[in-house]
Design a protein around this ligand. Structure first.
Ligand SMILES: Nc1ncnc2c1ncn2[C@@H]1O[C@H](COP(=O)(O)OP(=O)(O)O)[C@@H](O)[C@H]1O
Ligand SMILES: Cc1ncc(COP(=O)(O)O)c(N)n1
Length: 563
């Protein structure tokens, strides 16, 4: 019982290689983790980048406020920047807290001699708590740095300072100030409405050179968790701009991510002041937290997990006698008769997998397997069961290692077939037997798994029939069960050849790849259900091989007399 399937187009196991932007944050440290480089690294990772950080200053702060600031010698920041820049290609830089004029000078000098495709500057001056994060006398130096940025992301108060005006009282005033700053610096300016009164928290991307203003509307989210929103937004935009190459799309996507993170911030229960946003809330809920094993690991685990079943199959008198040619004709024909019945329904279940398959390649694979099981393998069975001559001379029926899409059968296999039924499916003897309890149990398991409609679980249940047979066939053909199995005059040579066929091995490889890829992508619970179905089928395989030489079939239950 195996699916001698033709090799249809397989389920590719490759995951598309997306370029992960390498993003550097030049910013201050917030030990409470909500703002500064800590927020930046989380944000970069949350939107799909690889984060790096060069620390400008150390703050002692929490969600309630900043207690102290320590600025290491600016030259040491230069050392950090050189260490990173001399080794790593940087796709984007986000600049945050700069603390004082000498820090700004080091950053400006580094930017002058480093080519970075994306520079986002968040002109941090005052924390959400109201504490100063930039020396008052450093404003002039900061102003000189602005033209080096591609995008500047000031909050309302910072925008007013940069525009040398009073803080905007209306959104229209904020946009006008952003236009002025953009015109003066050449950079795009993102005006942010987080500090506006009212029910809305809009942002606007302003570019004076192209006279464009793109507004992003959005209702204000009722939350106290706004610590680090500016840091988080600017690093997310830098990352997304490196990936998407489009400022409007980058801002739009970053805002959607930030709003989702804002909604979940309070649930973190961090601190008694303005808490942080929950940077990974969306990822956690959509992707889960558990690690997933790779397909190759699943393959090794599942195979090792049925080592007991495989060992028991190897020891079966039926397999031993089949290998050394001492198996009597009766149990062999009994086995083939049950196998023919099995294959007929197995093909139905393969067809059900084809019906449920989510893509055309998998659909074709299962359909080909169904065809191969019915037509290809049954040719062998029909030859024997119809009493046809010496099937050992038949060669390999059914399994042709042809191109994808080619039918998985050989109609006839030459002169040696003479005397055999031309159409095995119509040969009266093929399905003449009654299914015994073992065959019925295996088929019930497969048919029920198919009826439950979970494609991944069904695919896992179908796998042992491929895998155990191909493994057995290959080891028999390699002489692992004795040299006699290699003898062309072996009485069951046609059976041995069928399951050692390279086309069958190739189809089995595809089935393993397809199932283990599904398992790797599944939730842990679903993967476990797949594994249970796989294990159950393997146990049925053992029972199926044991049945022909089991001493006595289990006594039939006496029917209750009906009145
Ligand atoms: N309560 C809120 N609801 C929705 N968005 C907000 C809220 N608070 C801030 N934002 C958004 O967070 C980002 C940071 O804005 P803002 O708070 O103005 O800057 P900063 O953190 O630099 O002071 C902006 O996109 C702003 O619209
Ligand atoms: C080290 C550091 N950098 C920046 C901010 C600004 O935080 P916010 O984004 O809430 O304005 C901060 N509080 N601490």
């Amino acid at each position: 019982m195996s699916a001698a399937a033709e090799t249809g187009a397989g389920q590719g196991a490759t995951v598309s290689a997306r370029r992960v932007p390498r993003v550097l944050s030049i910013a201050g440290s917030d030990p409470s983790g909500g703002a500064g480089i800590q927020a930046d690294l989380k944000s970069i990772a949350a939107v799909g980048g690889y984060g790096m950080s060069a620390v400008t200053a150390l703050t002692a702060q929490n969600t309630r406020g900043v207690r102290a600031v320590h600025v290491p010698p600016a030259a040491f920041l230069g050392e950090q920047l050189d260490a990173i820049g001399e080794d790593i290609a940087i796709d984007a830089v986000k600049i945050g807290m700069l603390a004082n004029a000498s820090v700004i000078e080091v950053v400006a000098e580094w930017l002058r001699r480093t080519s970075v495709p994306v520079v986002v500057l968040d002109p941090v001056m005052v924390a959400t708590s109201g504490d100063r994060l930039l020396d008052a006398d450093a404003e002039a130096a900061l102003r000189e740095l602005l033209p080096r940025a591609d995008l500047i992301t000031p909050n309302l108060l910072e925008l007013a300072v940069l525009a040398r005006e009073a803080p905007a009282a209306t959104w229209a005033e904020a946009i006008a100030q952003a236009e002025a700053v953009s015109a003066a610096t050449g950079a795009r300016v993102l005006a942010k409405g987080g500090h506006l009164p009212g029910a809305d928290a809009p942002d606007a991307l302003v570019h004076a050179a192209s006279a464009t203003v793109v507004e992003f509307g959005g209702a204000r989210i009722a939350t106290t968790a706004t610590h680090g929103t500016g840091c988080s937004l600017s690093s997310a935009i830098a990352t997304l701009q490196a990936e998407l190459g489009n400022w409007t799309e980058a801002v739009d996507e970053a805002r959607r991510w930030l709003r989702e993170s804002l909604r979940h911030g309070e649930s973190l229960e961090v601190g008694g002041g303005h808490g942080p946003v929950s940077h990974f809330a969306g990822l956690w809920s959509r992707g889960g937290l558990r690690t997933a094993p790779a397909p190759r690991e699943i393959e090794a685990d599942w195979w090792a997990g049925i080592a007991d079943v495989r060992g028991a199959i190897d020891e079966l008198p039926f397999i031993r006698a089949l290998a050394d040619g001492t198996l009597a004709r009766e149990p062999f024909l009994g086995y083939l008769a049950q196998d023919a019945l099995y294959l007929r329904d197995y093909a139905r279940v393969l067809a059900e997998a084809s019906r449920l398959a989510p893509d055309a390649a998998a659909q074709a694979f299962w359909a080909n397997s169904a065809h191969g099981a019915l037509v290809g393998e049954l040719e062998l069975h029909a030859g024997w069961l119809s009493g046809g001559g010496a099937p050992g001379a038949l060669g390999v029926p059914g399994v042709t290692g042809g191109a994808p899409g080619a039918p998985g059968v050989t109609g006839t296999t030459g002169a040696a077939d003479a005397g055999r039924s031309a159409d095995p499916l119509h040969a009266a003897a093929t399905f003449a037997a009654e299914p015994d309890a073992t065959t019925t149990a295996y088929l019930d398991h497969l048919l029920a798994t198919g009826a439950r409609g979970d494609y991944a679980v069904l695919a896992a249940a179908l796998l042992p029939c491929f895998w155990i047979y191909v493994d057995l066939g290959e080891r028999l053909a390699a002489g692992d069960f004795g040299e006699r199995a290699l003898d062309p005059g072996h009485p069951y040579a046609s059976w041995l050849a069928t399951y050692a066929d390279p086309g069958f091995a190739q189809a089995t490889r595809q089935a393993i790849d397809l199932v283990t890829l599904l398992a790797a992508d599944a939730t842990p619970a679903r993967r476990e259900a797949m594994h249970r179905a796989f294990r159950a089928s393997a146990e049925h395989e053992l029972a199926f091989f044991a049945a022909p030489l089991a001493h006595e079939p289990a006594p039939r239950l006496a029917r209750a007399a009906s009145r």
